[in-house]
Write a new protein. Sequence first.
Length: 529
Amino acid sequence: PLPRGKAAPPRWLEPIAPSCEDALLLPKGFSFDRVISWNDPLGSLDPDNLPEHFGFNNDFIAYFPIDALEGGVNSNEGLLWVNHEYPNPLFVSGYTPDDLKANKPKTLTQIEAERRSVGGSVLHVRRGPQGWQRVFNSPYPRRITAAYPPIALTGPAASLLPTAIGSLANCSGGRTPWYTALSCEENYPDYNTEFRWSDQPTLALDETRYGWVMEVDPFGQLPPVKHTALGRFKHENAAVTRTTSGRVVVYMGDDENDQHLYKYVSNGTDHPNASRAERRRLLEDGTLYAADLANGRWIPLVYTEKVGRLIEASPAFAAAKAANPSLRITNQAELLIHTRVAARALGATPLDRCEDCEVHPLDGSVYVAMTNNTKHGNLYGHIVRIVEDGDDAASETFRYEIFLAGGPQCGLACPDNLAFDRHGNLWVVCDMSSDKIGAGAYRPFGNNGLFVVPTTGPSAGDAFQFASGPNDCELTGPWFTEDGQTLFLSVQHPGELSSSLDELTSHWPDGGDALPKPTVVALRGPFGP
Ligand code: FEO
Ligand code: CA
Ligand code: CA
Ligand code: CA
């Protein structure tokens, strides 16, 4: 149905124009509070009794009302789980772009600094007369890093891979009905290679232990685990909902050109009166499916001898085997470790880089951001809307439509994270890669921004710009408090293109000559009528 002329924006919003200013710009009437920036002390100690700091490149944010475990919905005090996706070595470890050009090996100290900069943080925040601030002297703040003590794996692949050291590449995620965070390990192959952790053999990664979904309890009652039943790939996100019969469903994207969309459906049903430890076990036993959009069906990724023969006979398996001669898929554990191979072999549709998925709060349909696919000339990406048959997330069949096509006419390019507000407006952040911002096909869009897209009414599908970020950054992790009056947001990788500490491309948020710092901000509403 697109493109078409835009209808009027929502009455409460005066959209801003695209901008290349090194600032976080918001519409008239809105302001933000700075909650925390990279390297700020958390007030907590790590297992070696060293002070813990907020990590680098904050991404996904989930808000947990401080009284959530007692059934409360406090929107003025809560915990935040924040992902830290990847380090910028120039800032984190002092390994410069020139060092990389010179092919200089990374030192143990440099890699140790980078290991502590990724994973995630728990923060305690409160809204007072000065806006949102951190609560100090709280028992909750703590870090999970790539150096965290071994984390148990659960589910079918745990028999082969019982534990993993820490977590890394934590991109987007989700929140469970029992108030834990799901933290998704995305670009784990970059660590041994691009980040050169394999320069120090003792710190090189066994990659099979990453690329999973980690579950973290911000309240600290349950230990972190990685759920292998949810598959292993470049996990972008984990959007959680329930079926009409109360089973737990997780929609998940795999962010790479021509990879797939997945959903997990638990075997058991969720009983809100059960303990949190029991409820989390729903993520250990269930069915993982991959999406076949051409035929509107969810393909179960369940190992049987027949399925094993189909996989082994497929071109996908042959190609993967050529790259990895030790590849075997002879049981469910191996299938999950090589989820992509099984999904492709069984007919999953190659897609244009699935980023975030979100479930519409009013009608249950699933919105999936496909950010772009340069292999096929899809420069601007699009958003797909999936409607499960019978409006039941357990359904094995579905229909879909293109909800929004990115591009100059639409006003946004390369949709990435999504969030719904209580009125059903879709909030979309964009991720044009930093080296392409403001040039060529991406010139009209300015810096990466945040957009509001109504899903009903005359302006359904029209994008209105709400924020523009500082130079080189991507806005990530949008998350509303329960009352919809605060939007937490990550400003990730400002100044990412800096070639040295003397040639910084951004000084946000401190200005002057300051180093740029990834930062969590709280935007205060009212967002809506
Ligand atoms: Fe880390 Fe696909 O975004
Ligand atoms: Ca993303
Ligand atoms: Ca989201
Ligand atoms: Ca992205």
